[in-house]
Design a protein around this ligand. Sequence first.
Ligand SMILES: [Zn+2]
Length: 214
Amino acid sequence: MNPVDQVLQGSFPSVMVPTREPVVPMSAPGERLLIASNGVFIEIDRPWIRLVRRLGSFSWRTPVPYGKAADATEVRCGAVPAELVAGFARMARAALPNEVGAWITWNASTGAFRLLPLPSLSHRPVHLQYERPELQAGEWLVVDCHSHGRGRAYFSPTDDRDDQHDVKLALVLGHCHQVPSVALRLCVKGRFEVQSAVPERWKAALATLAAEVV
Ligand SMILES: [Zn+2]
């Protein structure tokens, strides 16, 4: 095999799903294809999350005698602290009328979350551009936060482009001059899974901001 394809196969392997035992877990963060009797799945491994999603099924059923796979979502970092979400909401209010961005990261070595403000390259209210921050060893992006100023929280076509390649939660806060509106989705390599149920603890933390409204 061509050396380039050998490297590609090493970094993004295709794996048969066995019929009599579970597929061997991934040994390092990355992605791989699982070939199963019920379709082709992508498996994504990060220290904070493991995801399996079906990419496609076969046109007819009989010819693939492998085991079955199933979609899976395994969050390993625990719950994202509500006070960090509230902390971002305060940043968003302080930045009005401009948009602002921040990352909530999780350190796999220490288990600690932190809120990391993103230096803005363009300080226009319309759209936010920023540089990706440098993370510490073992630190991973979990929630990519940005605000829509006084506008509503939703995912714009620009957000779709920005979120195309990452594995993360994307959080938008709108109506940042009052109790913020929230849009939340899980981004899985170009697939967007909108989370209609925002965590109750986040909602409660955001609601306390009402008392701080000036
Ligand atoms: Zn946006």
